[in-house]
Ligand binder design. Structure first.
Ligand code: FAD
Ligand code: DLZ
Ligand code: SF4
Length: 518
């Protein structure tokens, strides 16, 4: 049945669902149905997103709306500055229902708990049935993950990953892992040297649509973190695919080897820099994995690189999504260590004498991007060692990265990085002293602090904080078999040395709490 304006289904497409393959469009009819896309004030401000993240999403949305219209769809596109815009999905769905009188509102499940909760109220609000469809862009459904998780004592990513390799046949030969091993990390994770050839991600000029968005964002979100210049993100599927192909051609071969490396001034190294595109729907995860497998089979990349890369997408990405939907809403409030320190101001400015942190945060402000090891072993490591409130840490990560949506960011922050879930996701906290950072980067050579000094005002703060963290959280961590060695070392340490570490950490944390420059 159609209604007064000829609208059968009102199909809401969210800003991270930008693909014609989205399940809400399945079975849709260009003559009977209307598509609604909304630039919503509420979405742009529920955390204070990086300007570049907002600009990327709005520009990609506008380009996708154009693509749909060119393909013959009726698209109602509500801009942020439209006078009638009510500022929320809920308000715009109600307004569109009143105007077009659809039989049903159709939407693919969102990536955040908060939006899903909201959607459950729309039926009453708009007086129209709401059909929530599964997001089929993922390889494992919510129900599939729940089935995998049921009855398991431990939900380790590595076991989950093997099952998806079997299920998809990716990197499998005659039912066995290609090359004989499921995981080739033994060949990965070496430090990098500054004289290596550094591939660069594909960069795109801002077209008229993007330029208009950049102006809008600069005006409306002037007080949000980040710079808009340079803006070089792909905002269409075609460009995002070209960016990925370039990564495969130029950087994939060394992806595994330098996956954990950090170099001053090198923001991307051999990473693919496609997470923002992938999470917004411009790229398809299985498609990427198949391209990487093909590169290996054709001899264009070694197995350690191809397997390492595929594991990130097929393994980690699917796994954290499964954990998110399995454990929400309580997961967001996890705080196994009862940590409560406020995030220091330098997380928003990059103004610190700790070179590793100023590099990671500085490039975050500039690019809305940092690679995994910077997020985990620099900003995350420091926040965990210093006892920052995990919820505040989560809101920081959600705000500052162009790829951040809660389904992927929250388990990475709460679980992997802050161990706030007490070890559900990670088998031990990812913490280190300055030694690890010195091994994996060249930052310490130009730092104001001395990485070799253990205690005192000029010693690398990570050194004392590391031992202080272990001692402070002994009750939570003492039974962890993977921490047996560090606890044994601490116990063997002379009491005056232990005391020097703890005093050094306390003095540093007091400075931090007084908002003094560190
Ligand atoms: P590459 O290093 O080239 O890896 C390829 C792809 O693998 C990525 O694009 C991504 O899609 C996937 N991937 C790799 N690691 C992970 C992971 N741990 N979880 C999920 N997918 C992964 N990733 C996000 O996409 N959004 C986030 O909001 C996010 N927040 C994070 C917060 C913290 C504290 C940490 C430690 C990690 C977070 N990650 C997040 C994971 C990872 O850091 C990014 O996916 C990666 O840095 C994106 O850069 P890239 O595209 O160059 O990735
Ligand atoms: C992150 C974001 C931003 C900044 N702005 C919008 C927007 O204006 N309109 C929109 O549809 N989506 C936006 N998004 C993405 C949504 O927040 C995302 O779809 C939900 O969090 C569910 O994952
Ligand atoms: Fe970071 Fe410490 Fe090295 Fe400075 S010395 S760069 S604070 S690890």
């Amino acid at each position: 049945m159609t209604t007064k304006t000829g609208c059968r289904h009102l199909i809401l497409v969210l800003g991270d669902q930008l693909t014609p393959a989205i399940s809400s469009l399945r079975g849709a009819d260009k003559n009977l149905d209307r598509i609604l896309m909304v630039e919503a004030h509420e979405e742009t401000t529920y955390v204070r997103h990086h300007k570049k993240k907002i600009a990327f999403i709005l520009s990609a949305m506008r380009h996708f709306a154009r693509e749909l219209r060119d393909d013959g769809w009726r698209v109602d596109y509500v801009r942020l500055d439209d006078d009638a815009n009510t500022g929320s999905f809920r308000g715009e769905v109600a307004r569109a229902c009143a105007e077009t009188g659809p039989d049903t509102v159709v939407v693919t499940e969102p990536g955040e708990w908060r939006v899903r909760e909201d959607i459950s109220t729309w039926q009453d609000l708009a007086g129209v049935p709401v059909e929530l469809r599964e997001d089929t862009r993922f390889i494992v459904s919510g129900a599939g993950f729940r089935a995998w998780a049921t009855g398991r004592r431990q939900m380790r990513m590595e076991h989950f990953y093997r099952e998806i390799r079997l299920k998809t046949g990716l990197l499998m030969d005659d039912g066995k892992p290609a090359g004989g091993k499921w995981n080739n990390d033994a060949d990965n994770r070496k430090p990098a040297r500054g004289d290596l050839f550094m591939p660069q991600p594909a960069r795109y000029f801002a077209d008229e649509i993007t330029r208009e968005v950049l102006e809008l964002v600069e005006t409306r979100f002037a007080d949000h973190i980040g710079s808009l210049d340079p803006f070089w993100f792909a905002v269409t599927r075609r460009d995002a695919e070209a960016a990925f192909d370039r990564f495969v051609d130029e950087a994939l071969a060394d992806f595994g080897t330098y996956q954990d490396a950090m170099l001053t001034g090198e923001k991307f190294l051999y990473h693919s820099v496609i997470s923002a595109y992938l999470n917004a729907g411009l790229l398809d995860p299985l498609d990427l994995c198949r391209k990487v497998e093909a590169a290996w089979r054709e001899g264009r990349a070694p197995l350690n690189a191809a397997e390492g890369y595929i594991r990130q997408i097929l393994g980690w990405r699917e796994y954290v999504r499964g954990i998110y939907w399995l454990k929400m809403p309580d997961y967001a409030a996890s705080n196994a260590f009862g940590a409560s320190r406020r995030l220091p101001g330098f997380y928003w400015t990059g103004e610190t004498d700790m070179r590793c942190l100023s590099e990671a945060i500085g490039q975050t402000i500039e690019e809305a991007y940092a690679h995994h090891i910077q997020r985990l072993m620099i900003t995350g490591n420091f926040a965990l060692l210093a006892g920052m409130d995990p919820h505040e840490v989560h809101e920081w990560y959600l705000a500052v990265y162009a790829d951040a949506y809660e389904w992927v960011e929250l388990p990475n922050t709460i679980g992997m990085s802050q161990f706030a879930d007490g070890g559900l996701l990670a088998s031990k906290p990812y913490v280190s002293s300055g030694n690890y950072i010195n091994k994996m980067s060249d930052h310490c050579a130009t730092c104001s602090y001395d990485v070799r000094a253990k205690t005192g005002a000029s010693a690398c703060p990570f050194n004392a904080l590391y031992w202080d963290f272990l001692e402070r959280n002994r009750d939570v961590l003492k039974g962890n078999p993977r921490l047996g060695q560090p606890y044994a070392t601490w116990t063997r340490m002379a009491p005056d040395k232990q005391q020097a570490y703890r005093e050094s950490a306390a003095r540093f944390l007091e400075k931090l709490d007084r908002n003094e420059r560190v």
